[in-house]
Ligand binder design. Structure first.
Ligand SMILES: [Fe+2]
Ligand SMILES: [Fe+2]
Length: 185
């Protein structure tokens, strides 16, 4: 799959797979490697959840049956995960309670993604036209431009990546601003 062919659902599903990979990496790594994997996870979740919150969930609210209740549940889960990431960042990867707390987050994030896939994305793909699905992909692209979630060939650690290794709530806010700018253009 390339960006040229992908619609927003393809991109979000691909990010769910990347999230699972990073959750496993954080769980298995230690020290600096664990810290880097955790920062990567924060960036990827910020890009992913902010694009969903700003562009995908609002459309789903109207487009799917029982959309309000389904989307409200997902938003509550996203808010909880964001605050759990902030707590884990504050705690630090070497803290005695990190493993247990991170395992709880990993479980909730995985379940959240499954719920989106079965109750939201599948229906969006049935009900929305190809043009709308492709248009929404722009939100994810705008978010990824601020915080690249995969290595760009020929460039080492990117400046934005370094700047975005900070506190999770600040990373989420920075990306939300970029997605809102994209939407207002
Ligand atoms: Fe989500
Ligand atoms: Fe998601």
């Amino acid at each position: 799959m390339t960006w040229a062919q992908a619609d927003v659902v393809d991109v979000l599903l691909d990010q769910h797979r990347q999230v699972k990979t990073l959750l496993a990496e954080v769980r298995e790594a230690s020290g600096d490697a664990r810290r880097r994997a955790f920062d990567d996870l924060v960036r990827l979740l910020a890009v992913h959840e902010v694009a969903e919150e700003e562009v995908v969930h609002p459309v789903a609210r109207d487009a799917i049956d029982n959309g309000t209740a389904i989307v409200d549940d997902r938003l509550a889960e996203e808010d909880e995960a964001k605050h759990a990431l902030a707590e884990l960042h504050e705690m630090g990867v070497d803290h005695a309670e990190f493993d247990e707390r991170f395992a709880r987050l990993a479980h909730s994030v995985t379940r959240h993604a499954e719920q989106e896939e079965s109750r939201e994305f599948r229906v969006l793909r049935q009900r929305l036209g190809a043009a709308q699905l492709e248009g929404m992909r722009g939100a994810v692209k705008a978010a990824e431009d601020v915080a690249p979630t995969r290595p760009h060939p020929g460039i080492g650690e990117s400046a934005p990546a370094n700047m975005l290794a900070g506190p999770p709530l600040a990373v989420f806010d920075r990306i939300r601003d970029a997605v809102r700018d994209w939407r207002n253009r």
